[in-house]
Design a protein around this ligand. Structure first.
Ligand SMILES: *Cc1c(COP(=O)(O)O)cnc(C)c1O
Length: 362
């Protein structure tokens, strides 16, 4: 098999250097004679991974001291339940600023099971079919206890580059698909949650960064493993964590630090996204339906002007070693996920192929 560029949305490409390191120490971690996935989560080796990974993440995201970092399981969707269970009082009200698939799923989880969530449609489609984020719709309801956003809509290809001003009401953000791809000001958020399988590690772990004063309000019937307060008390070792995913996250955090941190990756991500969107805008063969100001830097969604060519596009792309380009089942079309691990070279290979394909089929 020749060089393969993996554009899958998640689980997805990991940095090759990290994959190689994991392979090299898979059966014998740090001279212990056993693999890290064979070690106890209470071992000295794992304890170091747990402590150092939190420290690195704090450094990379400049997390203020009054935030706790919780390494949990349950995936992104588990946190859709954890958010109201930890933050919303029994008869309380909260606001969901919906911009696409994942914020809508989070809204549903909250509203259908846990309480009074107010839905705000914050992605508008204009007469030319272009989607944009309408920040003016991001308004609080009276007595709102928190507001919720999805910071990057992985399926729809929309990313938030502004934040609503909520005064003292905490903003909760799902950053599963763009965490560590750009610098953020953590202090603007009450809580940040992200599944690791897009930018950080293999599936298994979900990380919650929670402002201290928001702990201690969980509902009585919140399962302990979804309870941020319990997870904090136990330093994220309340039960057996997903040790492999956690270890891989540790390697990726080190990889990011060695590359120059989030700021360096952000520069590279801007370049990658620009290369692809500039090409999309230069041809009528392909089309992006996202307003340039709201285009995701990590999930580039596009269509072919003629849907009939979709399968041909995907199969020829695959022959060229470009895989995982099929759009999410709810949207159709194409999606190139170009997370942190994807180098500019991979995006260039995709653009080269797209140009040739357009020429041959235009
Ligand atoms: C992938 C994804 C999810 C879902 O995560 P699971 O771990 O599969 O539950 C949620 N939110 C966003 C933004 C995602 O990209």
């Amino acid at each position: 098999m020749g060089k393969v560029w993996n554009f899958t949305a998640g689980p997805c490409m990991l940095p090759p250097e990290v994959m190689q390191q994991a392979q090299a120490e898979f059966c014998d971690y740090a001279g212990t004679g056993i693999g890290i996935i064979e070690s106890s989560h209470r071992s000295k080796e794992f304890d170091e991974i747990a402590k150092n990974s939190e420290q690195l993440l704090r450094e990379l995201l400049k997390i203020p001291d009054n935030y706790r970092v919780l390494f949990m399981q349950s995936g992104g969707r588990g946190q859709f339940a954890a958010v109201p269970l930890n933050l919303l009082s029994e008869n309380g009200v909260c606001d969901y600023f919906v911009t696409g698939h994942w914020s809508r799923q989070a809204y549903k989880e909250c509203h259908e099971r846990f309480g009074n969530a107010v839905l705000h449609e914050c992605a508008q489609r204009n007469s030319r079919g272009i989607y944009s984020v309408d920040y003016a719709q991001m308004r609080l309801s009276p007595q709102s206890e928190y507001a919720y956003v999805c910071f990057n809509e992985t399926v729809n290809g929309l990313e938030l580059f502004e934040l609503p001003d909520l005064g003292s009401v905490p903003l909760v953000a799902d950053m599963s698909s763009n965490i560590l791809t750009r610098s953020i000001d953590v202090s603007r958020f009450g809580a940040i949650v992200f599944g690791v399988q897009k930018n950080v590690a293999p599936a298994g772990l979900v990380i919650a960064i929670v402002r201290e004063d928001l702990l201690g309000h969980s509902r009585k019937y919140c399962p302990s493993i979804l309870d941020w307060t319990v997870m904090n008390q136990y330093d994220s070792l309340f039960n057996t964590p997903c040790t492999f995913s956690w270890y891989m996250a540790y390697l990726v955090f080190k990889w990011i630090k060695n590359l120059g941190g989030v700021e360096a990756l952000e520069k590279r991500n801007i370049q990658k996204a620009r290369l692809l969107y500039e090409y999309l805008d230069s041809t009528s063969f392909y089309n992006s339906v996202i307003d340039p100001k709201d285009r995701s830097r990590v999930n580039v969604v596009f269509t072919l002007k003629n849907d009939v060519l979709n399968n041909k596009f995907l199969s020829e792309a695959k022959e060229h070693g470009l895989i995982g380009l099929k759009g999410h089942k709810v949207l159709g079309g194409m999606r190139a996920s170009i997370y942190n691990a994807m180098p500019l070279e991979g995006v260039q290979a995709l653009v080269d192929f797209m140009q040739d394909f357009a020429k041959a089929n235009g």
